[in-house]
Design a protein. Sequence first.
Length: 119
Amino acid sequence: MNRRAAFAFLTAAVASGLIWVLSPLLTGHAEPWDADGPYYIVTLSVAGAVSGALVPRSLWAHYMGAVVGQLGYELLFLHVGPLFVLGIVFLLGFSAIFLTAAAAVAYARSKLLASRDIT
C-alpha cells in the first residue's frame, strides 16, 4: 500500500469511527443505524465527502477504511452479540454510501482543479 492509499485508509477509518463515537451523544443510540431519522446516512455521506476531499484517490482504501473503522469501533467498544455477523453485512452495504460520497467529492475536486489549470 502506498502512502496515499494508507492516508486514505486512515482518514476513512477515523472518520467512520467517529460516526459511532458520536452516535450515543447525538442520538442516544449506541449503534448509529438504530437512530431515529437520517443520522447514519447523513454522517456517512459527510464523513465520506471529507475523506474524499482530503485524499481524492485510492477509493478502495476509502471503502476498506470505512469498514474497518466502524467494525473496529464495534469490536473494541460494543458488546458483540449473536447479530454481529449480520452487522458486518450491514457495514459492508452502508460503507458504500461513504464510498459514493468520497468518490463524488474526489471527482468534483479533480474537475475543479482541472478547470483552474485551463483558465
